[in-house]
Design a protein. Structure first.
Length: 205
């Protein structure tokens, strides 16, 4: 698949078919992630791939309750129609999209210093770099005909997941990453139309 085709085909998928993703495909996708630029040239990224349903359920032990809380909070938020449509599809599926995907990937990166209290912008270099890695994974998955869904952990959720899979101290899990083949009836929420040329500023804003 052409690179630009993969970029434009990438969409968040929250409804997955009951079909396993071959291990070699997962490995190829994660290898693409490891080709991303890194802040210190060490690529201090690790991936825990979960396929066993019991392991997945254990890692997601706090997600169901947190997702229910997010659904309740959604009612009080002021959103435009496009945002509301997306959230009304996404929030109720937070647990199911992770637990029923072809496999669940927990990415980790090594964090030096307090992520939530950085001393300078460059203190976030490791956090920024792992998201470059994750974007490569999303694009590689699209090139393989697969879909992905991301959940950003809330509160101490990520620490619970990390404890369940034995992650060492000093590593942070920035997201849950569901990977799988899209269901035939997978929902694709409407996206807000954007004119790219209006986002590009020449010489000054």
């Amino acid at each position: 698949m052409d690179f630009y085709e993969a970029v434009y085909r990438r969409r968040t998928i929250r409804d997955f078919a009951e079909k396993d993703v071959p291990a070699e495909t997962v490995n190829r996708i994660l290898q693409a992630g490891l080709k991303a630029p890194t802040n210190n040239h060490l690529r201090e990224w690790e991936f825990v791939v979960l396929r066993n349903r019991q392991s997945i359920e254990a890692a997601l032990g706090q997600v169901r309750e947190k997702a229910q809380q997010q659904m309740q909070a959604l009612a009080s938020r002021r959103l435009d129609d496009c945002q509301r449509s997306m959230y009304l599809d996404a929030v109720p599926k937070q647990y199911h999209m992770l637990s029923q995907s072809g496999c669940l990937i927990l990415p980790f990166y090594k964090q030096n210093g307090d992520l939530l209290r950085p001393s300078a912008l460059q203190s976030l270099n490791g956090f920024a770099a792992v998201w470059c890695c994750i974007e490569n994974i999303l694009l590689a998955a699209a090139a393989e005909g697969l879909g992905c869904a991301i959940r950003i952990p809330t509160g101490e959720e990520w620490k619970f997941a990390a404890s369940q899979i034995g992650a060492p101290e000093g590593y942070i899990m920035p997201c849950y990453l569901a990977l799988g083949y899209p269901a035939d009836d997978a929902a694709l929420p409407k996206q807000e139309p954007i004119d790219p040329l209006k986002k590009i500023h020449l010489e000054k804003w």
